[in-house]
Design a protein around this ligand. Structure first.
Ligand SMILES: Nc1nc2c(c(=O)[nH]1)N[C@H]1C(S)=C(S)[C@@H](COP(=O)(O)OP(=O)(O)OC[C@H]3O[C@@H](n4cnc5c(N)ncnc54)[C@H](O)[C@@H]3O)O[C@H]1N2
Ligand code: MOO
Length: 402
């Protein structure tokens, strides 16, 4: 039977995936969230003409010829303006951020001024009108769009939102994702496995990928290979209204691989099962109402690669992000054989040689081996039936580690 191509699987998984709800969150808790509406400036910044330097506010004509002797009449600091009006031959001591006194036209920076006795100063270098002055609204004016809908609130965006006087911001609700592992052989880390058991590892990596993509995660733990138990947990997740259920393991065709049947019994309609991908062939995808379900293969590396390739972009979309996987053009650092009908994601290391990215595929690609995977910077993408390629040939990579 022909397996579903990776691109078609991706298209179906991402079909109509978008954010569902918005909520208002305090700015202090908004890091990494995605704006659900454009944000307008609630004020003008700076709200007044302000000095950009420490020095003396003066009339430009008074210091056109230097040295110029002026009389100090007062002081303006950030937060405390000078209330008088500056007259001819007068100067106001001024500090960075202070409102420009009425009548002042330029700033003589303090490095260019000598303090004389009493209230006299001598300006030794002239400054044109407007020099060292930040005009009102230089940064933005009340009502300006500061941040676009869909903007991820990073450091700069958070600071700008604050400056625009927004104590709270409207953001998309984070997608809620339930994760469950299946397998009688699994025990959690810290528990001594029985003679035929192993320690479950996959969900720790998958949860990290989910959170990096912006999800809130409910970890339902390890379930036995018992269809009724799996169905019960799937139903509970559906009742919670989760946006996505990620199952791990039990996706293949063995007698103990029950996830497919369990999903159907829990009411999900299966969109596809098995794709032309290595690792990741037994990938499953289904939906019920607004909830999607991705059934990941149990082999540790397969589960993580499928999470990078499919789950992360889906979660990003559900959270209102435009997730663009980092796919780059590179060159092979070693020869590689021809490919079969499955699109291959080959674990590889990456190094830079001048302008060129050089990719070295690992010799071992068994999808159970996490220790090698830790060293993978990227996945070399080999399309189905790709011919053998030589060192130096161009290739395409998905970067998974920076
Ligand atoms: N006759 C066939 N057999 C298999 C096929 C196939 O097409 N025909 N596909 C193979 C491929 S490819 C994969 S990948 C695996 C995936 O199988 P399952 O999704 O059913 O995974 P399990 O059998 O549950 O587990 C596989 C392997 O991974 C270990 N595992 C499972 N969960 C975890 C976990 N949470 N943490 C750590 N390790 C886990 C499990 O113990 C097994 O060793 O099927 C092939 N078979
Ligand atoms: O998904 Mo499997 O990893 O090809 O072994």
């Amino acid at each position: 039977m022909a397996l579903l191509p990776v691109a078609e699987a991706m298209r179906r998984i991402l079909d109509r995936a978008g954010p569902r709800d918005e909520e208002w969150v305090p700015l202090a808790e908004a890091r990494g969230r995605v704006l659900s509406q454009p944000l307008q400036a609630g004020r003008t910044q700076p709200p007044f003409d302000a000095s950009a330097m420490d020095g003396y506010a003066v009339r430009a004509s008074d210091i056109a010829e230097v040295p110029a002797l002026l009389t100090l009449v007062g002081e303006a600091a950030a937060g405390q303006r000078y209330h008088g009006k500056l007259g001819a031959g007068e100067a106001v001591r001024i500090f960075t951020g202070a409102p420009l006194p009425e009548g002042a036209e330029t700033i003589a920076i303090q490095e260019n001024v000598r303090r004389l006795d009493g209230d006299r100063i001598e300006v030794i270098e002239s400054a044109a009108a407007g020099k060292h002055i930040r005009r009102a609204g230089l940064d933005f004016t009340k009502g300006d769009e500061l941040l676009a809908q869909g903007r991820v609130l990073d450091a700069a965006a958070l600071a700008l939102a604050a400056s625009g006087n927004h104590p709270e911001v409207p953001v998309y609700r984070r997608p809620l994702v339930a994760v469950l592992a299946t397998g009688d052989e699994l025990v959690p880390p810290g528990v001594e496995p029985g003679p035929d058991q192993i320690v479950a590892s996959n969900t720790f990596g998958i949860v990290a990928i989910l959170k990096d993509a912006g999800a809130d995660v409910v970890d339902l733990g390890i379930l036995p290979d018992d269809k009724a138990v799996i169905v019960k947990n799937l139903r509970e997740a559906l009742d919670r209204g989760v946006d996505l259920i990620v199952t791990v393991g039990g996706a293949s065709v063995g007698d103990h691989d029950l996830v497919n049947e369990a999903l159907t019994e829990a009411g999900l309609s299966l969109d596809f099962w098995k794709i032309a991908m290595r690792p990741g062939k037994p990938l499953m995808f289904g939906t019920v109402g607004q909830t999607r379900c991705i059934g990941l293969p149990g082999n540790p590396v397969a589960s993580l690669i499928c999470s990078h390739v499919f789950v992360a972009p889906l979660v990003a979309r559900l959270g209102g992000r435009t997730h663009e996987p980092l796919i780059l053009q590179a060159r092979l650092a070693a020869d590689i054989g021809g490919n079969d009908q499955r699109q291959d994601y080959v674990r590889a290391s990456l190094r830079r040689d001048g302008e060129t990215l050089l990719v070295t595929p690992f010799g071992t690609q068994d999808s159970s081996m996490l220790k090698f995977f830790v060293d993978a910077d990227c996945l070399l993408i080999r399309v189905p039936h790709a011919p053998a390629a030589k060192a130096g040939d161009p290739c395409e990579i998905l970067v998974i580690r920076r």
